[in-house]
Design a protein around this ligand. Structure first.
Ligand code: FES
Length: 101
């Protein structure tokens, strides 16, 4: 059964940037690219760094701790096919962001 949880409004998110949220015991990183929002595990798959505070360029975020780069649409590491962060489905309903946990 799906469990979509409201996280924030779209307006809280800066276009071209990420932001961290703690939702139901889960750290989430939300990234806004124009009208789209993507959700990823907020803990970097390298060593648990705050990936949501990383720098976003197009659809790639760079972790602030050691520079790993992940595609926010897929969670895929940009250099290693074996590394992928968890991502979560997102729905935007009336300007509100819901994430399926
Ligand atoms: S914790 Fe993210 S690159 Fe090391």
């Amino acid at each position: 059964m799906s469990n979509f949880v409201r996280v924030c409004s779209v307006d809280e998110l800066t276009d071209g940037a990420g932001r961290e949220y703690a939702v139901e015991g889960q750290m989430l990183a939300l990234f806004r690219i124009g009208d789209e929002v993507f959700a990823m595990d907020g803990l970097c798959p390298h060593a648990g760094g705050p990936i949501g505070t990383g720098t976003l360029r197009k659809d790639v975020v760079t972790c602030p701790w050691h520079g790993w780069q992940l595609n926010v649409r897929t969670g895929q590491h940009c250099l290693s096919a074996n590394i992928k962060a968890n991502t979560f489905p997102v729905e935007i309903r009336d300007g509100e962001v819901f994430v399926e946990l």
